[in-house]
Design a protein around this ligand. Structure first.
Ligand code: PGA
Length: 225
């Protein structure tokens, strides 16, 4: 099981170190933490696997505000999230840029968590399958890449997908792309065990509940239970 914590735009370097002072995870679970760029340097000095939340496709250039894969490698970062729905929604990320970012990260030796997921409107229109097929088709196959299924309507809303909905989407994704698939969207200590017990759920990408060392540890424990 792989349990990744996506801190989004929370925790500068000082709060990052405070988190690691209090965080403990059981053996038998692969833990990944994804702090904001400015906290990566503090985080890589700790004993955990650290990923960035995004990575650019060029090795360098006139791309104000972006960070390259080589820069992350130099810092000791081991991977990156690519194509999170917040990037797609707020920052114009498309399947094409997701594809470019994945390739650049993998070629630099980084691991990737590539995100897919339908919006509420798409689900209500019966378009979930079609949306997932398109998004998954843009993601390269590679041994260092896993996919996160994050239904947009479940992110930060407290509205978790039922285990059945998650399982159905994960089975579809795996039929298209042979890889591990993490579930994301309001994963909390009290719903993690049920979601992680599904046959095709190989871990979780956790947002809000990864900010607190105790609740993130509880989700990690649910993964080994
Ligand atoms: P959430 O976020 O757990 O706060 O819903 C998940 C994510 O965006 O990766």
């Amino acid at each position: 099981m792989l349990i990744a914590g996506n801190w989004k735009m929370f925790k500068g370097p000082a709060e990052t170190l405070e988190f690691f002072d209090r965080f403990e995870a059981p053996d038998g679970v692969e833990v990944v933490i994804c702090p904001p760029f400015v906290s990566l340097e503090a985080a890589v000095g700790e004993e955990w696997t650290i990923y960035a939340q995004n990575v650019h496709w060029a090795s360098e250039g006139a791309f104000t505000g972006e960070i390259s894969a080589g820069m992350l490698v130099e810092l000791g970062v081991q991977g990156a999230i690519v194509g999170h729905s917040e990037r797609r929604h707020w920052f114009g990320e498309t399947d094409e840029t997701v594809n470019l970012r994945c390739h650049a990260a993998l070629e630099a030796g980084l691991s990737v968590i590539a995100c897919v997921g339908e919006t509420e409107t798409e689900r209500e229109a019966g378009a979930t399958d079609a949306v997932l097929r398109l998004q998954v088709a843009a993601i390269p196959q590679h041994e260092n890449l896993v996919i996160a299924y994050e239904p947009v309507w479940a992110i930060g809303t407290g509205k978790t997908a039922t285990p059945e909905i998650a399982e159905e989407a994960h089975a579809l994704i795996k039929s298209l792309h042979p890889t591990r698939v993490l579930y994301g969207g309001s994963v909390k200590p009290d719903n993690a065990a049920e979601l992680l017990a599904q046959r095709n759920v190989d871990g979780a990408l956790v947002g809000g509940a990864s900010l607190d060392p105790e609740s993130f540890a509880a989700i990690c424990r649910a993964a080994v239970a």
